[in-house]
Design a protein around this ligand. Sequence first.
Ligand SMILES: [Zn+2]
Length: 151
Amino acid sequence: MILPHAKQAKTRRNLKNSRKARANWLYTRQDVQDLYQVCPNTVRNWRRSGLKSIAAKNRLFLGRDLNEFHKQRRREAKRPSNFPEYFCLCCKLKHSLLEEPFQVVSETRTYVWIKVSCPEHGGTVSRYIKNSDLNNLRQQLERKTSDETHV
Ligand SMILES: [Zn+2]
């Protein structure tokens, strides 16, 4: 059974308060999860998208860095997105089609319907992109993969 509030939680804005953490406090991973009410996966994604942390026996986060990270995300969300970046309606953040795996659902001569999974929620988001953009994207991805394998 799906509770009514479960659906609401899925669509609520994912931008976090950028004044929530105390600048000079140190937070453990668990503290961060509790403070923003997020799961371990989200904290991992934040780190991947640039949240600074201190490598200690148990990883630590400085309050100032947490606030700065969330402030930056709010700023980013306001900026218009340039392809292959796209604005995700699922979490209200920008993701890049170069980073997130996508699936082509159907293709016409001009437009392509793709599905991307949101790295924050794991939900699927549908997008229409231009055929020329898809070709462009495939070339960029190929270049990216060959760069990675030749390093
Ligand atoms: Zn998203």
